[in-house]
Design a protein around this ligand. Structure first.
Ligand code: B12
Length: 428
């Protein structure tokens, strides 16, 4: 039997190859799925971000992982295979949020985490009794999480690997998919297993893919302390308030943290309130930023523009604030109402969505109206313009000259900003 895994490209990038990626990191979900497949099954993998799928190659089962941005393209791929009579299974965050939609395009849909149900699905397929829907009811305990990275052999990825330490998030930001899917509960791996994985990971650079790599602070302190002798360089996403603890930031630096990503979203308290994210505040951010400068850890920030209550003037204030400091990178994004989140349901109820299934299109989501904005505060394309302005040579160098980081870190950030200026379309 032969199984083909597919990690789809985003449809608008597929339509416009100029936007397609040429660099990227191995998608851990494929290594996870591969580890659950019995050895007797032959596996192949297409990462459509970098390679063309050979639809002529014969295979018995196609397994596609989708998020909201790749769902439409994933469905197109599913249709090609099904027209040829090949069985298609779809899973992933978006399939978990919209299983009935995914079922229109797949023979079988699997919701939730892979650990519990993927092997059952494979057994049923081999026995000729594949069900339409598989749902993982139980949360995976993340014990003995194996990733089989042999599936990435001969593919050119960046020399950095993802590692999952925890899954889920305790917060309930109203725009976030993760709190919706994992019900605000976090599962954690054992420190010793993570350390063993880090020893064998094969790269110096590691990106932790936790939603919040600061939650369970005692656990994190133990982990980061045990990481010191490993001399890895790592990056992760954390909440602003975890960076208020100077000792914690110092430990992060000692254990090799070279970039921390913070979902700042906005500087405006009224919008943070509507996002249900008032664990963020600009006052705290100032302290966090200064702690990171002190220990020479560059910060990246994620900014959401166009949320309920946002105006173009407020967005300008956010841009000015962000542009007045040297961050490792700032990612300005349009507010995307992900299906089934509270923010999505609210807009849908208020009939403010241009199209309730806005992801079912190959239009560039960064430049296409998704929400019916007030005409004086139309955010269509605004985040994209700010991204370009942020990456202008003038602004990159202005931030460089004002930066308070050490010269080595300033130059590292400068180089990364210049790289992103010419390649930010390839991100993702
Ligand atoms: C790493 C990451 C990235 C990396 C991707 C690198 C890579 N090569 O994989 C980068 C930085 C490039 C990136 C980019 C983007 N990302 Co991102 N990213 C993540 C992050 C932090 C981890 C994803 C991950 O690998 N998790 C680990 C794997 C194991 O989990 P998983 O994929 O969810 O799979 C589990 C289940 O879903 C299920 N499953 C998944 N697929 C399948 C398939 C089958 C068959 C089965 C059985 C099960 C199954 O099983 C797995 C567990 O066992 C998540 C947040 C998070 N904590 O999950 C956001 C996240 C996925 N990203 C998100 C977004 C919005 C983006 C961007 C649009 C950002 C932007 N503005 O450009 C782009 C889009 C990129 C794209 N092509 O789709 C959102 C997606 C929301 C949604 N509804 O889809 C998330 C959830 C963040 C958030 N909190 O909102 N991202």
């Amino acid at each position: 039997m032969k199984l083909t895994f597919i990690f789809p490209q985003q449809a608008y990038k597929k339509k416009n190859p100029k936007l397609s990626s040429w660099f990227g990191i191995e998608p851990p979900v494929i290594a996870k799925l591969k580890s659950l497949v019995p050895e007797k099954i032959q596996c192949s993998f297409y990462d459509e971000r970098f390679e063309k799928i050979n639809f002529l190659e014969t295979t018995d089962l196609v397994v596609i992982s989708i998020n909201t941005f790749t769902a439409y393209r994933g469905y197109q791929i599913a249709q090609y295979y099904r027209q040829k009579g090949t069985t298609v299974v779809i899973g992933g965050l978006h399939a978990t949020l919209c299983p009935q939609e995914a079922l229109k395009f797949a023979d079988s849909v699997i919701t939730g985490e892979a650990e519990e149900s993927f092997q059952n699905l494979l057994k049923d397929f081999e026995a000729g009794c594949l069900k339409k829907l598989y749902a993982s009811e139980k949360r995976s305990d993340l014990h003995n999480v194996n990733l089989d990275r042999t599936i990435f052999k001969n593919k050119k990825y960046l020399p950095v690997r993802h590692l999952e330490i925890s899954r889920g998030c305790i917060f309930s930001c109203s725009f976030c998919t993760i709190s919706k899917v994992y019900n605000q509960k976090t599962t954690l791996r054992s420190v010793d297993e993570v350390i063993e994985d880090l020893k064998n990971i094969g790269t110096k650079y590691v990106a932790f893919i936790d939603e919040d790599a600061s939650s369970n602070s005692e656990y994190r302190k133990e982990l980061y302390t045990k990481m010191i002798p490993l001399k890895k360089k790592w990056t992760a996403q954390m909440t602003v308030n975890s960076l208020l603890d100077e000792e914690f930031v110092k430990l992060m630096a000692k254990s090799g943290c070279c970039n921390v990503f913070v979902g700042m979203e906005t500087i405006h308290a009224d919008i943070l309130d509507k996002m249900n994210k008032n664990h963020n505040s600009i006052k705290d951010y100032e302290i966090a930023y200064n702690n990171c400068i002190k220990y020479d850890i560059p910060i990246s920030v994620g900014i959401i523009l166009g949320y309920d209550g946002d105006t173009l003037d407020k967005a300008r204030d956010v841009f000015k604030y962000i542009n007045s400091r040297q961050h490792f990178m700032a990612i300005f994004t349009t507010f995307f109402p992900f299906p089934s989140t509270p923010a999505f349901e609210k807009l849908k109820d208020e009939k403010k969505l241009v199209n309730d299934e806005w992801w079912m299109s190959d239009n560039d989501p960064f430049l296409t109206p998704i929400i019916k904005y007030d005409k004086n505060n139309d955010f269509t394309g605004v985040a994209y313009s700010y991204m370009l302005e942020y990456l202008s040579l003038k602004n990159i160098f202005k931030r460089f000259f004002k930066s308070e980081y050490t010269i080595k870190t300033k130059l590292f950030i400068l180089a990364f900003n210049l790289f992103m200026k010419y390649n930010f379309h390839s991100f993702g």
